[in-house]
Design a protein around this ligand. Structure first.
Ligand code: NYM
Length: 214
């Protein structure tokens, strides 16, 4: 509707290694934004609720085997099937907090040795985030932490996570905000809150949406 045009929501992406706390932090962010008068919703990739998402889920649980290129394209298709929904929500003024996005796929596939340009191509034209928050933990962090459940899924192995961390280093640019995720849950939450609020304000004031890859 017209009175809302120009006051779009922000597209905020959380990235990081497995078990870095992205999922709890994204829920907290949504609640914080809602309380501050910025309607927000959570998105998560992979979205395991679609048919493609179920194929991805079965691969991650090692119930199926797929060629590295095939799984790469499925992860990308899983984002494409949500693109128009995401755009319409943003245009309606809703801020989207997204737990993993295109960077995850590139980092995980590059860690397997796939060519980085090939990895980036299928996501070209997806909505570009207004903000990327990288929750920084050392790959060894989970060993000393109480964050449970590690090791259950494909990729959740120390040596592989080290490679993913290196691939993220290559991908990230100066616009990413690096969050020290070794702190307490509340400490991490505080670091993120004001950064995200600033971004939501800028978008509400008319910053335009753009597309990957910037
Ligand atoms: N993952 C996630 C990828 O390999 N590529 C992608 O594009 C995305 C979005 O899925 N180990 C991997 C990272 C995780 C796994 O994610 C499941 P989560 O956040 O644990 O549900």
């Amino acid at each position: 509707d017209k009175c809302r045009s120009g006051s779009r929501g922000a597209l905020v992406v959380l990235e990081g290694l497995d078990r870095c706390g992205k999922t709890s932090q994204s829920t907290r962010l949504v609640n914080n934004l809602d309380e501050l008068g910025y309607p927000a919703e959570l998105f998560r990739f992979p979205d395991r609720n679609t048919v493609i998402g179920q194929m991805i889920s079965s691969y991650l649980n090692s119930d199926s085997q797929l060629d590295n290129h095939t799984i790469h394209l499925l992860f990308s298709a899983n984002r494409w099937e949500k693109r128009s929904l995401m755009e319409s929500k943003l245009q309606r003024g809703i801020t989207l907090i997204v737990d993993r996005y295109a960077y995850s796929r590139v980092a995980f596939s590059a860690a397997k040795g796939l060519d980085i340009e090939w990895c980036k191509a299928p996501d070209m034209g997806l909505l570009a985030p207004d903000l990327v928050l990288y929750l920084d933990i050392s790959p060894e962090f989970f060993l000393s932490s109480k964050r449970g459940g590690y090791g259950g899924e494909r990729y959740e192995q120390l040596e592989f996570q080290k490679k993913v961390a290196q691939a993220y280093q290559v991908l990230r640019d100066d616009s990413w905000k690096i969050i020290d995720a070794n702190l307490s849950v509340e400490g991490v939450e505080e670091q993120m809150k004001s950064i995200v609020l600033d971004c939501a304000k800028t978008c509400r004031n008319g910053k335009s949406l753009s597309e990957l890859w910037l």
